[in-house]
Design a protein around this ligand. Structure first.
Ligand SMILES: Cc1cc2nc3c(=O)[nH]c(=O)nc-3n(C[C@H](O)[C@H](O)[C@H](O)COP(=O)(O)OP(=O)(O)OC[C@H]3O[C@@H](n4cnc5c(N)ncnc54)[C@H](O)[C@@H]3O)c2cc1C
Ligand code: SF4
Length: 352
């Protein structure tokens, strides 16, 4: 590890001032950042430890019904918040699908949004990686790339975003509250992460020193609570990142879909919102043929970036399953996956 300053401010304003120094990085729980530092993948000149900022640890409901989640709320605490899980079940299901119980107890929601890609070449300083060193090349292009992107990738970078949490957040129009030296601003979760194009080193719209202070779920997202699911395909039954995942939400009146939400994970450098598929579903009967058409539309620009052509039919099948599971109804316990190590987690959700 390289030498770095360590500061632990007691206010958001002081933290932002400290993080405005060149090369500074925020430290939340460190489950991603400290790994990267130990591997010499990132070398911040200063760590700004925000873990003690109590004002960022609250889950609040505002007057208009929006739910505001402070950036330092732990993944597990949010997933186990009974009213949150009842109102936003696919978000809770995504949180419970991520990492291990120990990690979920430590990891923060703000850190989850900004965790780095799991591309193995990014983690290996001996490999060429345009994301770590612009212009260096990309060893993943000709290497082991079976897990890499099938949507929105560029010749410069084919890495995926690993977050489960981001996927339903994108589907349900979450908003990220950001604070920096220039003041406070809001960005749609969908617009937070950038596609690689020719600058894969630039992963989000955050300016240097900007901090995520909260994530907001709009009151309107509760309309999907009775028909919402997050399904994740991974190489092991638990404790593994998504190969492909899908968040689906439906509003169904007398068997007809009046509104749909769909986003994919594991397929691109950002959570991939499938707006054309959502539009196609609205007004259709909630049945397999409509789900299949939606899956085709969602993936019509997908193309392999290496040994990962399998991801396209896999994602197609998962979309159909997620929409069918959502149509069936949000389960009362979750994730209701056979043999899931989390199947005993009470969800306090809806009866199917
Ligand atoms: C073995 C393992 C398995 C995992 N499996 C999964 C999985 O299946 N699904 C999944 O989604 N995740 C998984 N994770 C990732 C884990 O969820 C993240 O590491 C965690 O959410 C990051 O939160 P943190 O608080 O530890 O962030 P940190 O490691 O402290 O920070 C992560 C990044 O975010 C920045 N940052 C943190 N907070 C803020 C803020 N408020 N404002 C601005 N910048 C900030 C930091 O500077 C850093 O760049 C796994 C991690 C491990 C180690
Ligand atoms: S895919 Fe992206 S992160 Fe992976 S080696 Fe290539 S440039 Fe780096």
């Amino acid at each position: 590890m390289n030498q770095f300053d360590y500061v632990k401010p007691s206010t958001v304003a002081d933290a932002i001032a400290a993080a405005s120094a060149p090369g500074a990085a925020y430290l939340a729980s460190g489950t991603n950042l400290l790994d990267l530092m130990k591997g010499n993948v990132v070398r911040p000149s200063r760590l700004v430890d925000i873990s003690q900022l109590a004002e960022l640890t609250r889950i609040e409901t505002s007057g208009n019904g929006d739910v505001r989640i402070g950036a330092l709320v732990r993944n597990a605490d949010l997933a186990h918040d009974t009213s949150f899980a009842r109102d936003f079940p696919a978000v809770a299901e995504a949180l419970l699908s991520g990492a291990s119980a120990q990690l979920r107890n430590a990891a923060t929601v703000g850190g989850n949004l900004l965790q780095r890609t799991r591309c193995a070449y990014f983690y290996d300083p001996a490999s060429a990686c345009n994301k770590r060193k612009p212009g260096a090349g990309c060893n993943a292009r000709g290497g082991d790339n079976h897990q890499h992107a099938v949507l929105g990738w560029s010749e410069a970078c084919i890495a995926t975003n690993p977050s489960d949490f981001c996927v339903p957040l994108a589907a349900f129009d979450a908003v990220v509250e950001i604070e920096g030296a220039a003041g406070r601003r809001e960005v749609a979760l969908e617009a937070l992460h950038l596609l690689p194009a020719s600058t894969p080193e630039r992963e989000t719209v955050l300016a240097p020193g900007e901090m995520i202070v909260a994530i907001r779920l709009p009151a309107a997202a509760r309309a999907f609570a009775r028909h919402a699911r997050y399904l994740k395909v991974r190489e092991r039954n638990s404790y593994a990142f998504a190969v492909v995942s899908a968040a689906a939400g439906l509003v169904i009146d007398n068997g007809t879909i009046s509104s749909a939400r769909l986003a994919l994970g594991g397929v691109a450098a950002k959570p991939w919102r499938a707006v054309d598929a959502e539009a196609l579903l609205a007004g259709q009967k909630a049945q397999t043929s409509a789900f299949q058409q939606a899956a085709d539309v969602a993936l019509n620009t997908a193309k392999p970036s290496g040994d990962n052509a399998y991801k396209i039919p896999l994602a197609r099948g998962l979309i159909v399953r997620a929409l069918a599971a959502a149509a069936e109804g949000t389960p009362s316990r979750m994730p209701a996956l056979p043999a899931s190590p989390f199947s005993s987690v009470p969800g306090a959700l809806h009866d199917a």
